[in-house]
Design a protein around this ligand. Structure first.
Ligand SMILES: Cc1cc2nc3c(=O)[nH]c(=O)nc-3n(C[C@H](O)[C@H](O)[C@H](O)COP(=O)(O)OP(=O)(O)OC[C@H]3O[C@@H](n4cnc5c(N)ncnc54)[C@H](O)[C@@H]3O)c2cc1C
Length: 508
């Protein structure tokens, strides 16, 4: 059989286990490296940072990514959802993604850097006498860049898009990727590796079905937008003329979008009317009183972070580790779900908006989204059934702030792992990982595949899609790798000497 040199054939795609000869027959160059991280975002960064601290050298690690900097995708998504560099994120002071020791936290660094002790004091008062301290986005990006330079990130980075992670017939794996156009003389390159780490983030932006349908049917991608895609033109137009905007969603991104809309009213004289549509409308405390309770009012469920703090390192983490099947899923749903941070400034804005009549709330199930009769606006019809009358809202724009794509099958490499690599789904339909973040069913001889990030939600750890969760996963994976003879244990001696190097910004 003849193949296009350097490219993959359908026959190879259909073959679950590959041999060295298969790749040689296809003219695909193969390079050996013991550890490959796929993704190159914050999850990969956290993993590689831990390994470098554990003594793994640059030549033993490759990160295959479409990014140049680890925080690039994060910055893109955060920027679109209206978190600019001088805005505060959601995680706490000790979720320091650039420092596995968690100290000094972002609050102390900010207090020291800007000579403002009040932010450090806030940490002692939170959450009772003050809102939780949360770092500014720009501060987090800077800290990641600094640490990436220190651990020689760019030397480990291989630009490319991974297409397949496949078992090799004599153990280990092939990570096959497409290098950027024009950068190589071959269409595909492969790493032959013992350990693979998957940290590919979200498969893509998720749209509510009715909004997706409207966009496609009416070819209207300008007026119905997702909060995670670029949509600054919406705010620009609202500053020019009085508009009505309908916002859907009740999580942290909806909070940010509402803040942006009201800031534009306050600071730029925008005359925007906001209709905020809730599908569920809790009005009183949520959860069991004896075990877990969180406040809710006017449709919002309030919680400092997306999970309670104890889910990251306290009794909730231990409890979750002991649960299987439906119990695990139910527990994750009970402590997570849609919620937002109870920030005083956000509440003040919404109360003022309600009193002045520019912030209106609606509730119910959406029946249809169609152009208004004169086609100048978009009509959302809500409610109906069980004797409830329908309500309709006409708006100039609709912002979908309900979330990111969560179906792991949308991700080509993950789907390939499910089909050919022995991977399975967990109780929440994501990638099934063990307590040490090994992807169950994918071992190959000495080879192991690990995964961290949002695609593993539903496993034995709740806060997987967070800075602290990514660090926790990295440490668990590191422990497992050490038991397989890769890297050194980070005991007290190494920990102290490495922290000192970190503090002095000594290159590794
Ligand atoms: C708007 C927003 C705000 C957040 N705020 C916080 C916060 O305040 N605190 C907190 O703790 N957490 C926060 N998170 C959650 C979490 O920390 C981030 O989502 C984090 O970026 C997750 O890291 P990741 O590596 O899993 O994904 P990413 O950082 O998105 O990186 C994954 C990368 O993999 C790449 N990739 C995918 N497939 C392939 C492939 N086949 N080949 C090569 N590359 C590929 C993607 O392009 C992407 O660049 C936030 C998330 C979002 C979206």
């Amino acid at each position: 059989m003849t193949y296009t040199q350097g490219d993959i054939s359908q026959q190879l795609v259909d073959t679950s286990v590959w041999s060295d000869q298969d790749l040689a027959d296809h003219g695909i160059p193969v390079f050996d490296v013991p550890f490959v991280s796929v993704g190159g975002g914050i999850g990969s960064f956290s993993m590689v940072d831990t390994l470098r601290i554990a003594g793994v050298t640059v030549d033993q690690i490759r990160v295959v990514s479409d990014l140049e900097r680890p925080s690039q995708t994060y910055e893109y998504l955060a920027g679109n959802s209206q978190i600019r560099t001088d805005h505060r994120l959601r995680s706490d002071s000790s979720s320091v993604i650039d420092c596995i020791w968690g100290w000094p936290g972002y609050a102390l660094r900010e207090a020291w850097g800007k000579k403002t002790p009040s932010v450090a004091i806030q940490v002692f008062l939170e959450p009772v006498a003050a809102d939780y301290y949360t770092p500014k986005a720009g501060q987090v990006y800077e800290s990641i860049n600094r640490e990436a330079a220190r651990i020689s990130w760019s030397q480990m980075l291989t630009q490319g898009v991974v297409r397949h992670v496949r078992r090799r017939n004599h153990g280990d794996y092939f990570v096959l990727f497409t290098p950027p156009t024009g950068s190589a003389s071959t269409k595909r390159i492969a790493f032959r590796t013992r350990f693979v780490h998957m940290a590919v983030g979200y498969p893509g932006v998720r749209f509510l079905d009715d909004l997706q349908q409207y966009r496609q049917q009416h070819n209207d991608y300008q007026r119905v937008v997702n909060a995670y895609e670029p949509h600054d033109h919406v705010y620009a137009e609202m500053r020019h003329r009085p508009c009505t905007v309908l916002v859907r969603g009740a999580g942290i991104v909806a909070s940010r979008v509402l803040q942006r809309l009201i800031d534009d009213r306050d600071q730029h004289g925008a005359e925007t009317t906001i209709v905020h549509l809730f599908r569920n409308y809790p009005t009183g405390p949520q959860g069991k009183k004896a075990t877990f309770r969180r406040p809710a009012s006017k449709g919002w469920v309030y919680q400092g972070f997306n999970f309670p703090k104890a889910a990251w390192g306290g009794q909730m983490r231990d409890h979750l580790e002991s649960l299987e099947g439906k119990d695990r899923r139910d527990f994750i749903d009970a402590i997570g779900g849609t919620n937002t941070a109870p920030r005083k400034d956000w509440r003040e804005q919404l109360d003022r908006g309600e009193a002045e009549g520019f912030y209106l709330q609606g509730r119910g199930q959406v029946q249809s989204v169609v152009p208004s009769p004169d086609s100048r606006q978009i009509r959302t019809v809500v409610g109906g059934g069980n004797g409830v009358p329908t309500t309709q809202y006409d708006a100039d724009f609709i912002i979908d702030a309900t979330g990111l794509e969560a179906n792991i099958e949308e991700h080509r490499v993950v789907m390939d792992l499910l089909r050919h690599g022995g991977a399975g789904k967990n109780v929440k339909g994501r990638l099934d990982v063990a307590r040490d973040f090994r992807v169950r069913g994918t071992d190959n001889g000495e080879g192991r595949i690990y995964a961290s990030g949002s695609m593993t939600l539903g496993g034995y750890y709740a806060g997987v899609d967070s800075f602290l969760g990514l660090q926790y996963a990295a440490l668990r994976i590191h422990d497992n790798l050490v038991s397989a003879g890769f890297g050194r244990r980070i005991g007290p001696g190494r920990s102290i000497s490495q922290w000192w190097k970190w503090a002095r910004n000594t290159a590794l």
